[in-house]
Design a binder for this molecule. Structure first.
Ligand code: GTP
Ligand code: SPV
Ligand code: MN
Length: 608
């Protein structure tokens, strides 16, 4: 093994934290980088790293007049999304990972990983990236250090988290941090030229929940590589939340103000690429209503001393889906991206700017697609990859709420769950109570998207939109939700709703206009919270009575409205039949209270 004392940059370490220094030293000895760089998160560092990435061909600077300090990156075409089949929860007991996670014995996994990581950073710089999930110094924030051999990851972490010297200071001389080790898995031999997007066909995204560790190998992409995000803030944090009595969820957080000036905060969980970023930045079409963003992907919630549930967004940036993001659908996202942004797998315009399907109605002339080929509408493939993403500081969002970094968090009044459902699921359903809401959330299903390697359009069950992100047995996770609710003062709990913007007609067209028009559903929910809006009890929950939904100015036919709001008992009997096989997988871990909810649904349907 290389003597680490000779690796340039390793010493002097900018910390006295013995455990951190030892981990960095051991990792350097194992992975054998050419040099070490401790990230401080400064502008100078950003400038140096982006310049290096430009020189190496990973980044292209965008037109500095149109989009200052912004860059384009094209990934390896085999490294474009999360790899759920290669994501592992290596708890000591297989049972604790549960039937929905991949599991391997932690001792064997460690041995395999140590082999893979041996010498894997040769020829590269090893970046030590301290970061805070949540505002620096907040009691609900959590600290981590990512070691990575990717400068693209280091700069992305600076946008997505509070990264650098401030976080290192918070970790202090002996504070707790989550160690997160990442390598693209492509060591360079002496004199070997690098590629623009190094990665490896072999990929491992591994979590050791008991020791709160993350090891990621072979991918440079988003959720596989920016380890503060899904790996830490959801998979590891969900385990911490179970142990400590809080929630780590795949949710946006939205601030809604009524024309009367009443403020409500709403959290919403939809599966990947199912509308969280869009809803988080929604522009209400109803006059007088105002929506502001707190977070678009991850939400941590705890009960406050007043018995209410408070939420923070642990992230500092947005890693949002580009295709479909346009002036008509999400102007606030488009307007966030004026500078300081990284665009991955989008198309490039002739004048050095970015483009993707849905940004404008007609594509500009002279596009280059995400693979670097000249593109025209006749090319037969989209110009941007369907999971192309932008990385942008949250503070640049024109409707970011002033309190978005408040360490206390914001009190949540309603929690929405939903997915892409062409059939069966009404526009909005209110749960009868918390336990019924947990039941609805445990049965979220959605048509597959490009955010992970599943079949596009195929229905899959994705409880709580957390299927790929829960770091432990999901049966126990359901139980955690039930227990947390049972302990709380029911009158202060958020109300739970189930929404579906994706209902299609027989021609396969979306029936509901969606986007800003979703404010009509939010108005109804607001009215429910105020005790003003009417609802009709159905077998599956409470749906709006037709008059109680504000449809002024919308051109929906009666048949369309019926389709959106009717609960068809025969269709729901088929839906209900899908529940037992899904629940049985969890065996003894499945809470009895949810089986009771299932029985109650079946008997309500029999009477409907
Ligand atoms: P992740 O970042 O992967 O967790 O996804 P997300 O939930 O934030 O998804 P996002 O908001 O980026 O939405 C992805 C896709 O859903 C885009 O193609 C949007 O255009 C589409 N979408 C969002 N909201 C609506 C809506 O109300 N109606 C319809 N029809 N499509 C929508
Ligand atoms: C998702 O897939 O839900 C995302 C993108 O938000 S990633 O960070 O890659 O997980
Ligand atoms: Mn997500």
């Amino acid at each position: 093994m290389t003597a680490t004392t000779t690796i340039p940059g390793l010493f002097p370490a900018p910390t006295k934290h013995a455990k951190l220094i030892a981990w960095v030293q051991q990792t350097a000895a194992m992975t054998q980088p050419d040099r070490v760089h401790w990230c401080d998160g400064s502008d100078a560092e950003w400038n140096a790293l982006t310049a290096e990435l430009v020189a190496g061909g990973t980044l292209k600077p965008l037109n500095p007049v149109k989009r200052p300090n912004s860059f384009f990156a094209a990934s390896d075409p085999r490294d474009v999304a999360r790899v759920e089949s290669r994501t592992f929860i290596c708890s000591e007991k297989e049972e604790d990972a549960g039937p929905t996670n991949n599991w391997l014995d932690p001792t064997e996994m460690r041995a395999d990983l140590q082999d893979l990581f041996k010498g894997c950073m040769k020829g590269r710089t090893m970046y030590v990236v301290p970061f805070s999930m949540g505002p620096l110094g907040s009691k609900i924030s959590q600290l981590g250090v990512e070691i990575t051999d990717s400068a693209y990851v280091a700069i992305s972490m600076r946008v997505m988290t509070r990264m650098g010297a401030g976080a290192l200071k918070e970790i202090g001389d002996d504070g707790f941090f989550v160690p997160a080790l990442h390598s693209v898995g492509m060591p360079l031999a002496d004199g070997q030229a690098d590629v623009a997007w190094p990665c490896n066909e072999i990929k491992y995204i591994v979590h050791f929940p008991e020791s709160r560790e993350i090891w990621s190998y072979g991918s440079g992409y988003g959720g596989n590589a920016l380890l503060g995000k899904k790996c830490f803030a959801l998979r590891i944090a969900s385990v911490m939340a179970r142990d400590e009595g809080w929630f780590a969820e795949h949710m946006l957080i939205l601030k809604l103000t009524s024309p009367e000036g009443v403020v409500r905060y709403i959290a919403a969980a939809f599966p990947s690429a199912c509308g969280k970023t869009n809803m988080a930045m929604l522009q209400p079409t109803l006059p007088g209503w105002k929506a502001e963003t707190i977070g678009d992907d991850i939400c941590w919630m705890r009960f406050g001393d007043d018995g209410r549930l408070y939420a923070i967004n642990p992230e500092a940036g947005f890693f949002g889906v580009a295709p479909g993001t346009g002036i008509e659908t999400n102007k606030n996202a488009v307007d966030s991206l004026h500078s300081n942004s990284v665009f991955t797998n989008v198309a490039l315009t002739a004048d050095g700017d970015v483009w993707w399907e849905g940004l404008t109605d007609t594509p500009p002339e002279g596009l280059t697609d995400w693979k670097g080929r000249p593109w025209s509408p006749e090319s037969g493939e989209p110009a941007a990859h369907p999971n192309a993403r932008f990385t942008v500081p949250a503070a640049q969002c024109p409707v970011i709420a002033p309190e978005w970094e408040d360490p206390k968090g914001v009190p949540i009044s309603a929690i929405l769950f939903g997915g892409r459902r062409a059939s069966a699921v009404p526009l909005v359903t209110e749960a009868f109570d918390w336990a019924h809401g947990v039941f609805l959330a445990s049965n979220v299903a959605s048509e597959g998207t490009a955010a992970a390697e599943n079949k596009i359009g195929e229905l899959r069950r994705d409880p709580f939109a957390m299927l790929p992100f829960c770091g432990y047995n999901m049966g126990d996770y359901f139980d955690h939700w039930l227990k947390m609710g049972a302990k709380a003062d029911a009158s202060k709990l958020p109300r739970i709703y189930f929404v579906n913007w994706f209902r299609k007609d027989e021609k396969g067209k979306f029936v509901w206009p969606g986007y800003g028009e979703n404010s009509r559903v939010l108005k109804w929910i607001f009215g429910r919270l105020e005790g003003e809006a009417a609802a009709t009890d159905t077998a599956i929950g409470r749906v709006p009575s037709q008059e109680s939904l504000d449809l002024s100015g919308l051109s929906l036919t009666q048949a369309q409205l019926d389709l959106l709001l009717t609960v068809d008992a025969a269709v729901w009997q088929e839906e209900a039949a899908l529940i037992p096989p899904a629940y049985e997988k969890f065996g003894d871990h499945m809470p009895k209270a949810l089986w009771a909810q299932y029985e109650a649904l079946v008997s309500r349907l029999a009477q409907a």
